[in-house]
Design a protein around this ligand. Structure first.
Ligand code: SF4
Length: 82
């Protein structure tokens, strides 16, 4: 059964959050552990940028578990987009 969300303030916005899942994000989110995740740098992930726009608007946070473009940190991007 899903943990009951609690109301918290994140970045000046009141949002409902599941504390256990939120604490797992840094370790388990593919985006936060991807070589394409380079905010404010050239070559930053376009997919992540689009997700971030929704996060800013609605105060959402998520753990990404699937992606066709994930890149191990420290490895070069064979697609040439990095
Ligand atoms: S390539 Fe996929 S896993 Fe990597 S930052 Fe972009 S959306 Fe996230």
């Amino acid at each position: 059964m899903m943990e009951q969300p609690v109301l918290v303030n994140r970045y000046g916005k009141e949002v409902f959050e599941t504390p256990t899942m939120d604490q797992m994000r840094k370790e388990h989110c593919m985006c936060l552990n991807c070589g394409h995740m380079k905010p404010s740098e050239a070559g930053h992930c376009e997919i992540a940028s689009r997700f971030f726009e929704i996060c800013k608007e609605h105060g959402t946070a998520f753990i990404l578990t699937r992606c066709d473009s994930w890149l191990k940190k420290g490895e070069n991007d064979a697609s040439g987009t990095d």
